[in-house]
Design a protein around this ligand. Structure first.
Ligand code: NAP
Length: 489
């Protein structure tokens, strides 16, 4: 617990700054050993980690075990990435001294770590997006020291994981301060961490209000820094009419499962369903309502999230033209009640409140008169993490324009699936235009997440002996580089 936030934040960032001076030069092999040791130490926490996370978050055992596997998995994935080495994107443009009219200098470029990174743990992923989450693992892989601001909703879980990381750092000879864990009441500490001149980037997962506040704060600094905030997404699902007329019941069951999964507390929860208002949609709604009525209310992550869900639900249902179609039995004050509602597209288009995230097991069905109106709804929608089309290949081929429209709106496009379930792999894009994130060019999941915490540097006319190992002509690391003179090494 912090008594004097300014003093403590200053001490922590001083330490991170000193750690960076050596850690940035650690080899891929050394960083890989550290990341693998983190995974091992998290596993060594055993049942204590699982029971603590369950107690603090109300999430079931299977979910926590799954999340632990995902966390250790991404630590090992980044270990493999940095050990192999080509992630630095080395470009080698050798000199052309006889080029006319002017000689070309020797130019070599690679990615280097940006500096100490502050990570705000997420409420809804106590392991995979928190203390040893994707932001921490990718920043450490890049060569950046990390300071985690623990989420108060799962502080004990966070402390256990932090101790595991510190143990791994000591075992693998990492510099003091390569990883630090801070916690305390109120926004003061988080804001002081973002404002500190030694902080060079921020990773955040949480609310739009919180993410935007920290983004604005970072931009008001004398030296602005990037904030990679993942905030708000309602993940539209578009149902194409011909396919829906054949598969209404199956599609409804699939979507009901996705809406209620984890009491709807996923950033990829399908919060908006868009379709043409016809008989197939009526049949889809009937099955969806049956499925939602059969589902059970679930205890949410913390009381603040439950209160927020109840408030946003009441607010949404009070909007003109919104009809509650069906809900599960009412839960208690700590629980989230699954509910689906509908609204005419014309009304939806006129009311911006209906485009805002309702974080929990809720989805709004937007009924469109025709394809033109459906296009208007998509055009008007905000940036999203995902967008889904339910339709067979032949029908989607007649609606290719939809794909183009959705590319502008979302980071991941899905055909005939559900948006929940985020694969951790190199091709993953977990990000999207604002307000889904503050920077649509980057992903928070998968190997490319490392790119948030690096910047390119060119070394011009450097003698071989002074070049970073990755850029030397003789390539001792054996990594792949892009050469100008048709040589690939
Ligand atoms: P949050 O309120 O945004 O808090 C996340 C973290 O950021 C916490 O550590 C919080 O500090 C800190 N923070 C927030 N605003 C700040 C500010 N102005 N200055 C400094 N620090 C600040 O998110 P949450 O508690 O996890 O969840 C609240 C709501 O966020 C949910 O109901 C939901 O609507 C949304 N949410 C969305 C997603 C998503 O992926 N889309 C995920 C999680 C939550 P404190 O610990 O001091 O509060």
């Amino acid at each position: 617990m912090i008594n004097n936030p300014t003093e403590e934040v200053n001490r922590v960032l001083q330490q991170a700054h000193v750690a960076f001076l050596s850690y940035k030069n650690f080899s891929g092999k050394q960083k890989a050993a550290f990341l693998r040791a983190i995974a091992d130490e998290i596993e060594a926490l055993g049942a204590e980690l699982v029971s603590t996370a369950m107690r603090e978050t109300n999430l079931p055992e299977a979910r926590i075990i799954n999340e632990r596997g995902r966390t250790t998995g991404h630590c090992r994935m980044f270990a493999d990435l940095v050990e192999e080495g080509s992630w630095v994107e080395a470009r080698v443009d050798t000199a052309l001294p006889n080029r006319i009219p002017a000689p070309k200098p020797d130019m070599r470029k690679m990615l280097v770590p940006i500096g100490p990174v502050v990570v705000f743990g997420a409420a809804n992923f106590p392991l995979a997006y928190s203390t040893a989450g994707g932001d921490t693992a990718s920043a450490l892989a890049a060569g950046c020291p990390v300071i985690v601001k623990a989420h108060p909703a799962h502080l004990e879980t966070s402390k256990l994981v932090a101790a595991a990381i510190e143990k791994a750092a000591a075992k693998t000879g990492m510099p003091q301060g390569v990883f630090q864990h801070v916690h305390g009441e109120g926004f003061e500490i988080g804001q002081a961490l973002v404002k500190h001149p030694f902080t060079k980037a921020v990773g955040f997962t949480g609310s739009l209000v919180g993410g935007k506040a920290l983004f604005d704060l970072a931009n008001q600094r004398p030296e602005p820094i990037p904030v990679f905030a993942e905030m708000s997404s309602i993940n539209p699902v578009i149902l194409l009419p011909e396919t829906l007329s054949r598969d209404a019941a199956k599609t409804a069951s699939q979507l009901a499962g996705s809406i209620t999964l984890g009491v709807g507390q996923f950033c990829t929860n399908p919060g908006l369903i868009i379709a043409i208002d016809d008989a197939a949609l009526a049949s889809f709604i009937a099955t969806l309502v049956t499925e939602i009525e059969k589902s059970l209310p679930g205890t949410m992550l913390h009381q603040g999230i439950a209160d927020n869900y109840a408030k946003r639900l009441t607010q949404t249902l009070a909007q003109k033209g919104v009809k509650a179609e069906g809900q599960s039995a009412n839960g208690n004050a700590a629980q989230g009640t699954p509910l689906v509602a509908s609204v005419a597209a014309e009304t939806f288009l006129q009311n911006p409140t209906l485009s805002e995230e309702v974080f929990g097991p809720f989805s709004l069905i937007v009924k469109c008169k025709d394809t033109n109106e459906l296009h208007q709804v998509i055009t008007k929608s905000h940036g999203q993490l995902t967008a889904t089309i339910i339709g067979d290949e032949a029908e989607i081929s007649k609606h290719k324009v939809l794909i183009n429209m959705l590319i502008e709106k979302a980071g991941r496009l899905i055909i005939n699936g559900v948006p929940t379930g985020v694969e951790v792999c190199p091709a993953q894009m977990h990000g999207g235009p604002y307000p889904a994130t503050t920077d649509s060019r980057f992903t928070a999941v998968g190997t490319d997440a490392i790119k948030r915490f690096v910047r390119p540097v060119t070394f011009q006319n450097f003698p071989e002996s002074l070049l970073p190992t990755e850029l030397k002509t003789e390539n001792p690391l054996g990594i792949w580089r892009l050469f100008n003179n048709e040589q690939k090494k």
